[in-house]
Design a protein around this ligand. Sequence first.
Ligand code: GLN
Length: 559
Amino acid sequence: MTTTRRKGKKTQHRKVPPKFIFVVGGVMSGVGKGIASSSIAKILQARGLTVTAMKIDPYVNVDAGTMNPTEHGEVFVLQNGLETDQDMGNYERFLNIDIPDINYMTTGSVYASVIRKERNLEYGGRNVQVVPDIPAEAIRRIKNAAAVANADVTLIEVGGTVGEYENILFMEAIRMMKSETPNDVAVVMLSYLPVPGSVGEMKTKPTQHASRTLNSTGVSADFILARAPIAVDKKRREKIARFCNVKLEHVISAPDVASIYDVPLNFEKGKLSDQLCGFLGLQCSQRANLSTWKRFVRSTQTAQRPVKIAVVGKYFNSGDFVLSDVYISVLEAIKYSAYSLGLQPEISYVSSVDFEDRKNLKKLKQYDGVLIPGGFGTTGIAGKLNVIEYVRKNNIPYFGICYGMQLAVLEFAKNKARLKDASTAEINPKAAHLVIDIMEEQKEKLAQKDMGGTMRLGEYPASLKKGTIAAEAYKKRTISERHRHRYEVNPAYIQKLENKGVVFSGTSPDGTLMEIMELPQEVHPFFVGVQFHPEFHARPLDPHPLFTAFVKASFEHIT
Ligand code: GLN
C-alpha cells in the first residue's frame, strides 16, 4: 500500500485488493486455533502489512457477556465495551493494537442484525432467508471490518470445528466469498495429529476425515496447520498433502511449544508468511521483522529469579480439572510485567473457597504477592474477605481487580472502619451499611432483568491523585481503562473510609466514581484495588504499569 497526501488529506492507494484468511478447526477444538490465528496475523504484520483479526463465535448468545466463565473462559472487553471471546485478547496482545467491536460476531448478533433490518424494511419486502441472507450479513461485517482497519489482510477465526451444525452458515459465507473473489481468500485448516500411546505412531487419518468434512461444505483448505505433540515429519506432511489436496509447502508442522509466544517464530521456520503472501499475491517486505518479538520471547527464557504470585479466584475448578483460561488476561499481564523486570513468574491458582476455613490462611505466607481478580455473585466471597484481611495485616502485597477492589473496600469497612454489618448490594442488598452499592443507572436494568451488555462497559477516563502509588506507577495524571461492573463504592461512605486511612487515588474526572483505592505505603508495602480491568491493556511488548508496580513490590517484599 502507498500513501499520498492530497490537499492535506491522507489518501491510500492499495495496489492489491484486501485479502482474507479464514482459520477453521478440524479434528477437535482446544488445540490452539486462537493462538494460531493470532500468530498468522503476527507474522504478516511483521512483513509490514496492515493486519486485523476477527472472531466468529457460533453461539446464539448475542455476545459473550452472559456466558458462564467456567464454560466459555474469560470474557474479554473491547475498548468500546463489547463483551467478547478471550481470543480477541490474544489478537490485541499479539498484534499490539486495539480491535473494534465490528471484529467480533456471534450467530446471535448476526441474526439480530438481519431481523432488525427486516423489521426496518431494509430487504424491500422480499423473502428474507437463512441462505443467503445470514452468510451475506457475516460477509458484510467481514468486509466492513477490513475497511475500518484499512487492512491489507483480515484474519477471520471461525469458532468450533468443521462439520458442526453451528458453524455451517459461516462455512457458507467462506464459500460465497471464495467463489466471488477466489484470489483474495485463503482457507487455513488447523488440524491435529494424535500419537496414540498404544500405537506409538503419528496418525494422519483424522486430518483426512476433517478435510473431507470441510469439502462437503463446498470449501477446501488451501493450507493445513498440522498441530501435533511433536514435529510432523515429511512423510506425514506428504500424506496430508496428497489426500487433502494441499500443496506440500502448504502443510505446516505445528508441534507443541514451550510458550504460546514461540508459535509465530515456529510458523516462520515453516516459511508460512512467504507461502501466504505468495498464495494471496500480497506485496510486502522481503523478510519478517520479528526482532522485538524475539527479544520478548528471549526474556521469558532468561528470567531467573522467581516471583511467586497467588491468584485467588473461584472459577478454577471444572470437574477434575483446573482451568486458568478464565483469568487468562490477568495471568498474561502478570507474566509480561515479571519478564520486563527480569523475573520468572510462578503463578499459583488458588480457590477462594479454601480460605473460608481460617486455618488455611497461613498458606498465603509462601507467596510474594496476592491478586484477587474480577468476579460475580456470592460463592467464595467469605474466603476472599479472609484472604484480604490476612494480606492486609501481614503486609503481603495485594492487587484487587474489580470485585477484588470492591471486596478490599468492604473488608476495610468491616474490620478497620468497624462497620460490622457492611456488605455489597450484590451479596446482601438489605445490609445496614452498603459500602458497595448498585450504580444508579444500573438499578432499573437489574429490576427488569435487562442483563445482556448493560453493565458499565468499556473505556472511561480517570484522574489520579498526585504522589499516590497509582500516579507513580502510571507516571501520568489521566488514564483510560476498560470496565465491566454494575456496583461501585457508595459515595456515602467515602469520607468515613478516608478518615480511617483509605486513599482513593483514582476517580472519574468529575470525582464521583472511585476508580482506585490504596493504602499509603507507610502502612502497607502495596495494597491497591482498581474498579477497572487493567489486564485488558497489558501487552507482551507493553506491560501494564500497575501490574509492574505490583510484581515489583511483590519481589521487593521477599528480598
Ligand atoms: N460483581 C461486581 C460488579 O458487578 C464486580 C464485577 C467484576 O469483577 N468484573 O460490580
